[in-house]
Ligand binder design. Structure first.
Ligand code: AMP
Ligand code: ZN
Length: 664
C-alpha cells in the first residue's frame, strides 16, 4: 500500500475506534491494540510530515498554548431559555404558543445538561471552530481546547451538510470529576467544588494539553444553518447522531402535556443514575416550521422552555460539628447530622468547608439545617432554618487548637483553611504522609495498606516514611492480623520500592502542591535531590509551570532539618534520588539559561518532540514572545502576530535544522 493510503486508512480506523469508545461507549478492540495502532500512525506521520492533518487522531493530546482567546461573533445568536418551575408555568407556556399556531403541536423533551454551552462550526465535515456562548452574540474562540475533547468529532461521517453550526454542552461526568479531585487531594490541594464550574473553567485553560487530560464530554442538541434539509428537532438529533456526534438517547417525542409531565417526573427521579449532571428538562416545539412561526423574544426562543428540577434538598438537625485533620495539616469542619434520605442515599455528614463558611451562614450545633446535593460527592449545608433555632443556642466558635495534638492552629493570609503546624508530631499528619508515601502513584508498596500504616505508627514502630526501611520481620509478625506470609510480603514490598524512579520518590515525599506533574518537572530539571535541596526561589520559578506558591512550599520543605535528615536516610537505604542513567543520557545542559518559543508546523519533529528536546537540554519553553525570549523556533505557517512581535523585539528566529544543530 502507498504510505499516504496507509496513513489515511489508519486515521479512519482510529477515528472509528474513538467513536466506538467515547461516543457509543462500546469499544471493539482492547486499549492495548488501540495504542499499538496509534503508535504506528504516529511513527508514519513523523516520517512523513508532508501528510500532516490537524484532524489526525494523533493530535488529540493538545499542546498549543493560548494566552488570550479571540472574541468571535456567532453567526446565529445563542439564546438562553425561559425557565419554568411548575406544572402551571408549563401550561401557561403551552396556552401561549397554541394561540399563535393553528396546527397540532408535537414536542421534543430533552434533558438539560448542566455544563458550559458551546457552538461548533463544521465545514465540509471538518471541525472549523468552537466558540463559547459569551454574551450570546459573541464568545471566545476555544477551538484548540475543544479539539482535545474525544467526543467532539474532528471529521464527520455519513451525509452531513457542507456547512452548519451545532450547539451543545460541555460537561464533566461525575466519575472523571471525582478522579480529578482524588488527584488534587493526593497532592495536598483543595478539591474542585462542582463539575459544571470545572467544565467551564477547563475551556479557558491556556494550555490545551491540560484540557486534553480532563475527561470532558460534549453533548449536542441543536443544529443551525441554511438549507439543511431537516424538518423537526427530533430528526435533527437523529441526524447529528448519525454524523458521529454524541447525542444522548433520552430525548423523547411526545404529543400531549401529560406526556411532557411524565417525562419530567420520570427524570426528576432517574437523573441521579445518569453519568453527568442535569438540572432540568428542555421542551421544544418539534416542527421547525412552527418554530420559525413562533420566533424569539429578546432573550429566548418562544418555541422552547426549560423546566428546572428542584435541587434535592432536605432539612435535618445538625447534631455536632467535628474537625478533621488532613495529611497536610489542613482542618476540615464536618457537620454530623441526624441521618436523612437525600437523592437516594442516607446522609449523615456534610462538608462545612471552612471557618468563613460557618460564620457566613451562622451555622450552630442544634440547628435545623437544609442540606443539598449537587454534583459533589459530599452534600453541603446551604442554609439554617432560623425559626426553629433552639432558645439556648450559641454561635459556633471555631476551634483554635488541633483536635488531635492540641497545637494552636494557624491560618495564612489569603487562605481559607486553618492548618495544624505541628508537622512532625500530629498523628493524622504523620499517618497521612506515610499513607501518601506508599500509595499507588507514589512508592506503590505492595503488601502494605493504609490501615497497617496507622497500626505501625500507633504501635510506635515507625514515625516517618524513612523508618519503613528499617522495619524487620520480627517487628511486624506480632502485629494484629499479620501472618508470617503477609509480614514477608510487606518487607519484600518495601525492599522492591527502592527501584521506584526519582520523580515518583519526589512525589511520594508529600511536599505540599507537588503533585505528579510538578514532581516530574522538578526531577527532570534538577536531576538529583541534592541540587533540588540547594535550589533557590529564582531558580525554582524559572522551571516551566512552577510558580511562587509551589516554589515557596518546596523551599520550606527542604529548609527543615528533620526533612533533610529523612532524605539522608532514604539515600542511605538506596532509594532512587537521582534520575536514571537512561534518562540522563538524553539530557544535556546545552540550552541552559535559554528560553524558546515554538511556532508553526515542523518537518521532521512534532511540536511535542521539539519541546521535549528543549527541556531535555536544559532550555525553557514558553508560550509567548517577550524580551526574555532567546529564540523563536519557527516552522511552516508561523503565526503572523508572533512573527511581528519577534521582529519588533529583535528576537532571533531559527528554523528546525538550526535548532537541531544547537543540541548536537
Ligand atoms: P440558562 O443558562 O438557564 O438560560 O439555560 C439555557 C442553556 O441551557 C442553554 O444555553 C444551553 O447551554 C443549556 N442546555 C442544556 N441542555 C440543553 C438542551 N437539551 N437544549 C437546549 N439547551 C440546553
Ligand atoms: Zn495537630
Amino acid at each position: 500500500m502507498e504510505i499516504k493510503e496507509k496513513i489515511l486508512a489508519l486515521r479512519e480506523e482510529l477515528r472509528q475506534h474513538n467513536y466506538n469508545y467515547y461516543v457509543l461507549d462500546q469499544p471493539i478492540i482492547s486499549d492495548f491494540e488501540f495504542d499499538q495502532k496509534l503508535k504506528e500512525l504516529q511513527e508514519l506521520e513523523r516520517k512523513h510530515p508532508e501528510f500532516y492533518d490537524i484532524n489526525s487522531p494523533t493530535l488529540r493530546v493538545g499542546g498549543e498554548v493560548i494566552k488570550n482567546f479571540e472574541t468571535v461573533a456567532h453567526e446565529h445568536r445563542m439564546y438562553s431559555l425561559d425557565n419554568s418551575y411548575s406544572k402551571e408555568d408549563l401550561l401557561d407556556w403551552e396556552t401561549r404558543i397554541k394561540k399563535m399556531l393553528d396546527d397540532d403541536i408535537q414536542y421534543t423533551c430533552e434533558l438539560k445538561y448542566d455544563g458550559a454551552s458551546i457552538s461548533l462550526t463544521y465545514e465540509n465535515g471538518e471541525l472549523k471552530r468552537a466558540v463559547t456562548r459569551g454574551d450570546g452574540n459573541q464568545g471566545d474562540d476555544v477551538t484548540n481546547n475543544v479539539r482535545t475533547i474525544k467526543t467532539v468529532p474532528l471529521k464527520l461521517k455519513g451525509d452531513f451538510p457542507p456547512k452548519f453550526d451545532i450547539r451543545g454542552e460541555i460537561v464533566l461526568p461525575y466519575e472523571g470529576f471525582n478522579k480529578m479531585n482524588e488527584e488534587r487531594l493526593a497532592s495536598g490541594e483543595e478539591p474542585y467544588r462542582n463539575p459544571r464550574n470545572t467544565a467551564s473553567g477547563s475551556l479557558k485553560l491556556q494550555d490545551s494539553a491540560e484540557v486534553a487530560k480532563r475527561p470532558l464530554e460534549c453533548l449536542l442538541y441543536n443544529i443551525k444553518g441554511h438549507k439543511l434539509d431537516i424538518n423537526t428537532q427530533f430528526e435533527s438529533l437523529k441526524k447529528a447522531r448519525s454524523w458521529g456526534f454524541k447525542v444522548p438517547s433520552e430525548a423523547k417525542l411526545v404529543s400531549t402535556t401529560d406526556e411532557i409531565l411524565k417525562f419530567i417526573e420520570y427524570w426528576d427521579v432517574h437523573r441521579h443514575s445518569l453519568p453527568y449532571e442535569t438540572d432540568g428538562v428542555v421542551i421544544k416545539v418539534n416542527d421547525l416550521a412552527q418554530q420559525d412561526e413562533l420566533g424569539f423574544t429578546a432573550k429566548a426562543p418562544r418555541w422552547a422552555i426549560a423546566y428546572k428540577f428542584k435541587a434535592e434538598r432536605v432539612s435535618t438537625r445538625l447534631i455536632h460539628i467535628s474537625y478533621q485533620v488532613g495529611r497536610t495539616g489542613a482542618i476540615t469542619p464536618v457537620a454530623n447530622l441526624e441521618p436523612v434520605e437525600l437523592a437516594g442515599t442516607t446522609v449523615k455528614r456534610a462538608s462545612l468547608h471552612n471557618a468563613d463558611q460557618i460564620e457566613k451562614l451562622d451555622i450552630r450545633e442544634g440547628d435545623e439545617v437544609y442540606v443539598e446535593k449537587g454534583g459533589e460527592i459530599i452534600p453541603k449545608i446551604i442554609s439554617v432554618e432560623l425559626s426553629k433555632r433552639p432558645a439556648q443556642s450559641v454561635p459556633t466558635t471555631y476551634i483554635t487548637e488541633c483536635p488531635e495534638c492540641h497545637t494552636p492552629l494557624v491560618r495564612e493570609a489569603g487562605e481559607a483553611q486553618h492548618y495544624c503546624p505541628n508537622y512532625n508530631g500530629c498523628p493524622p499528619q504523620i499517618i497521612g504522609r506515610i499513607q501518601h508515601f506508599i500509595s499507588r502513584k507514589a512508592m506503590d508498596i505492595e503488601g502494605l495498606g493504609g490501615e497497617t500504616v496507622a497500626l505501625l505508627v500507633n504501635e510506635g514502630l515507625i514515625k516517618n516514611y524513612s523508618d519503613l526501611y528499617e522495619l524487620t520481620n520480627e517487628q511486624v509478625v506480632p502485629l494484629e492480623r499479620m501472618a508470617e506470609k503477609s509480614a514477608d510480603n510487606l518487607i519484600k514490598g518495601i525492599e522492591a520500592s527502592k527501584a521506584i524512579p526519582f520523580e515518583r520518590v519526589l512525589y511520594a515525599l508529600g511536599i505540599r502542591y507537588v503533585g505528579e506533574t510538578v514532581a516530574k518537572k522538578l526531577a527532570r530539571h534538577y536531576k538529583d535531590i541534592d541540587t533540588l535541596v540547594g535550589s533557590t526561589m529564582e531558580s525554582l520559578v524559572s522551571v516551566d509551570e512552577i510558580g511562587e506558591r509551589i516554589a515557596l512550599s518546596v523551599l520550606e520543605f527542604f529548609s527543615s532539618e528533620e526533612n533533610k535528615l529523612l532524605i539522608e536516610r532514604l539515600k542511605k537505604f538506596g532509594l532512587q534520588l537521582r534520575i536514571s542513567e537512561d534518562q540522563m543520557a538524553n539530557q544535556t545542559n546545552k540550552l541552559q539559561g535559554l528560553s524558546f518559543v515554538v511556532s508553526g508546523v515542523f518537518e521532521t519533529l512534532s511540536r511535542t518532540d521539539l519541546k521535549k528536546h528543549i527541556e531535555n537540554n536544559g532550555g525553557k519553553v514558553s508560550s509567548s514572545i517577550s524580551s526574555k525570549t532567546s529564540y523563536v523556533v519557527a516552522g511552516d505557517k508561523m503565526g503572523p502576530s508572533k512573527l511581528e512581535k519577534a521582529k519588533a523585539l529583535n528576537v532571533p528566529i531559527i528554523d528546525e535544522s538550526k535548532f537541531l544543530e544547537m543540541i548536537i
